[in-house]
Design a protein around this ligand. Sequence first.
Ligand SMILES: *[C@@H]1O[C@H](CO)[C@@H](O)[C@H](O)[C@H]1NC(C)=O
Ligand SMILES: *[C@@H]1O[C@H](CO)[C@@H](O)[C@H](O)[C@H]1NC(C)=O
Ligand SMILES: *[C@@H]1O[C@H](CO)[C@@H](O)[C@H](O)[C@H]1NC(C)=O
Ligand SMILES: *[C@@H]1O[C@H](CO)[C@@H](O)[C@H](O)[C@H]1NC(C)=O
Ligand SMILES: *[C@@H]1O[C@H](CO)[C@@H](O)[C@H](O)[C@H]1NC(C)=O
Ligand SMILES: *[C@@H]1O[C@H](CO)[C@@H](O)[C@H](O)[C@H]1NC(C)=O
Ligand SMILES: *[C@@H]1O[C@H](CO)[C@@H](O)[C@H](O)[C@H]1NC(C)=O
Ligand SMILES: *[C@@H]1O[C@H](CO)[C@@H](O)[C@H](O)[C@H]1NC(C)=O
Ligand SMILES: *[C@@H]1O[C@H](CO)[C@@H](O)[C@H](O)[C@H]1NC(C)=O
Ligand SMILES: *[C@@H]1O[C@H](CO)[C@@H](O)[C@H](O)[C@H]1NC(C)=O
Ligand SMILES: *[C@@H]1O[C@H](CO)[C@@H](O)[C@H](O)[C@H]1NC(C)=O
Ligand SMILES: *[C@@H]1O[C@H](CO)[C@@H](O)[C@H](O)[C@H]1NC(C)=O
Length: 603
Amino acid sequence: MILSARALLALVPLLHLSNAAPAAIASNVTTTVRSYNNPILPGWHSDPSCVFVAEGPYNNTAFCTTSTFMAFPGNPLYDSRDLTTWKLLPEIRTATNQQFAGMFANTLRHHGGAFYLISAWINTAVELPRFVLFTTTDPYDDAAWSDGRFVETPTRTIDPDIFFDDDGSVVMASSGNPIIARHLDVTTGKTSEAWALWNGTGSGSTEGPHLYRKDGWYYLLVAEGGTQLGHSATWKPCPSNPFVSNSGADSYFQTVGHADLFQDGAGYWWGIALSTRGGPELYNDLIFPMGRETVLYPVSWPEGEWPIAEQVLGEPDTVDFAPGTSIPHNWIYWRTPFDPNTFSISDEDHPNTLRITASRANLTADAAFNASLSISDEDHPNTLRITASRANLTADAAFNASLEGLGAVFRRQEHSYFNFSVNLHVPPNGAERAEADELGVSNFLNQDQHVGIGVVYLPPQGSNGTSKRAATGLEPYFRVRADSVRYAPVPEPVIAPVPSAWLQDGDAVVRLRISPRNESHYEVFASQGGGDDDGEPMPLAIYTTALLSGDGAGTGGLLGAYATTNGGNQTFDAYFGRRRYEPVGQIIDYGVIVPANGTAPAE
Ligand SMILES: *[C@@H]1O[C@H](CO)[C@@H](O)[C@H](O)[C@H]1NC(C)=O
Ligand SMILES: *[C@@H]1O[C@H](CO)[C@@H](O)[C@H](O)[C@H]1NC(C)=O
Ligand SMILES: *[C@@H]1O[C@H](CO)[C@@H](O)[C@H](O)[C@H]1NC(C)=O
Ligand SMILES: *[C@@H]1O[C@H](CO)[C@@H](O)[C@H](O)[C@H]1NC(C)=O
Ligand SMILES: *[C@@H]1O[C@H](CO)[C@@H](O)[C@H](O)[C@H]1NC(C)=O
Ligand SMILES: *[C@@H]1O[C@H](CO)[C@@H](O)[C@H](O)[C@H]1NC(C)=O
Ligand SMILES: *[C@@H]1O[C@H](CO)[C@@H](O)[C@H](O)[C@H]1NC(C)=O
Ligand SMILES: *[C@@H]1O[C@H](CO)[C@@H](O)[C@H](O)[C@H]1NC(C)=O
Ligand SMILES: *[C@@H]1O[C@H](CO)[C@@H](O)[C@H](O)[C@H]1NC(C)=O
Ligand SMILES: *[C@@H]1O[C@H](CO)[C@@H](O)[C@H](O)[C@H]1NC(C)=O
Ligand SMILES: *[C@@H]1O[C@H](CO)[C@@H](O)[C@H](O)[C@H]1NC(C)=O
Ligand SMILES: *[C@@H]1O[C@H](CO)[C@@H](O)[C@H](O)[C@H]1NC(C)=O
């Protein structure tokens, strides 16, 4: 297969590109030594940048980072000693109030014993993108990373690159038409005047630049054509551009582009890029629930052999919330948690559970949730509006911060087929609950596009309601509700009573499960008890993943658990247990499903 986004290669100011038609991006790659399947970082891993460190204490290790936008912790780092098994390292923070903002498109480099990660921080409601530089000599230690240093940032540009030249100077290239460059002082963050590098080959949206120096030449690789089906990577001004692209091809891997290169310890060159699985037809039908993933391809530059690597299988979750454990490091929040106390494991009287203190905001939230900042309101041009919070900077005991965050915690969907299931502790009657209190699991892209599968406390709904159990008259109902700004019509919510036979127990436990039925539709089930020998699962709904796809750019599907009062000012503590994410299979080509556990790479 060919990668679907294009990459462009450019030489600056000298240009020379090796041989070669677009690098072939294969779903499964077999070399004389081993084989691997793409994507190597499955699930939402867009805009990859990697570096191979040959020397020093982290010798012979490849490190990669990807974009996280709104998610917290942001800017994940992965390492691999063999390009086979990638491990998630401690992550870096990000915070902003949009759905598509935050930390964009990093470049990761290693120079003089230190790692440099440069990123663009974007909060379009408040200010233009600003570049942020993080450094460390120990990428494994979260605390060893420097605080982010803002770097002087040209106006309206993103995707910063950081290039260490042989003469000690540092060049920061970034997106635009043309791609521009500035000299950067990494100790002060100050930059020189910008100069123009390249306009690209003409397909527009020139971004994601990376500079390399080899054999006396400077090379400029850029992304072009937008991050959708026309995506590519190209070199300036290589006669055989694009370097990688699946634009116009029928390949299963689409949108290939935003590439980077590194040379491994054996001298082999490798390329990485982002890509979206499913082929052009499903892409156009908005069926790409995992968003943009990271693929690997061997690169000949110019006379190297084909290098080799193997696949990443994706991580399972088997989490029982045992006392003394913490939230797994592959889990992410939508924005930095407002109050870390919103989440805890094995509270004294609730062993083996995750507590989520319900947020006022539900997964969709409302205008009040994100209305605290705006720029140039109609009658107040050239101003920043801050709507006053009740709490001052000191706040007080009554300030319950969890009410203004999102009570939800997620992980990436990394497989085409998976089982995601969680136990919900459901008090059988509404005595401890207010109307609209809800806990559940979610298939989530962002606050504008998600499916919530919850148990919500409501007054009896028609003749299906079970008998009133409490003074409040509230009873638990399953509710499956979708929101989508991109796909219509959004199905009506499904509401069904939790069977009264399931609620006899003082601490009734209900298990919810999301399982893909096929490539385009997911099915959700409820069952009683929460154990392995659950009763017969009750199908709740089937929905198209088009509801969850297509924010047009950056993110990818998440699976998680949430608790909310749906706007109510009260709160409650929701308890979850036995959370499982079971990889089942990867679709790597039309009709080719690799069982998730059957593909351990043969040596
Ligand atoms: C490798 O890919 C080819 C074509 O894309 C496919 O026919 C074959 O079944 C794949 N092999 C494996 C082991 O997945
Ligand atoms: C690579 O790092 C390991 C662990 O620090 C060290 O034992 C080894 O000597 C290093 N090898 C080289 C070639 O530097
Ligand atoms: C980019 O295109 C503009 C408009 O055609 C042209 O003026 C400019 O010289 C070009 N810049 C580069 C670096 O090629
Ligand atoms: C939140 O703010 C964003 C950006 O200003 C806006 O697009 C969105 O509609 C708002 N959401 C709600 C629920 O008001
Ligand atoms: C901050 O607000 C609290 C009430 O929420 C009040 O008791 C306290 O005095 C305020 N602090 C200052 C410095 O005004
Ligand atoms: C917020 O309120 C909930 C429910 O009353 C409580 O469990 C939680 O501890 C409170 N959080 C803080 C920070 O006070
Ligand atoms: C009540 O049950 C009927 C028949 O089983 C079903 O058609 C209807 O959708 C149910 N209503 C609710 C609110 O669950
Ligand atoms: C997937 O399942 C849904 C729901 O059953 C069905 O409507 C759709 O046609 C199926 N798609 C394929 C490709 O089988
Ligand atoms: C989500 O919360 C808002 C208020 O914040 C409310 O208007 C909306 O109805 C809620 N959604 C559901 C499904 O309850
Ligand atoms: C929650 O409190 C706010 C501010 O006091 C109020 O405007 C809002 O109506 C309350 N919400 C509900 C559901 O009572
Ligand atoms: C996924 O869940 C279904 C239903 O419980 C089960 O039949 C299937 O074996 C599960 N698959 C895996 C890999 O656990
Ligand atoms: C892998 O699949 C086999 C056969 O389907 C199954 O017996 C085994 O339990 C699975 N292993 C894991 C770790 O899921």
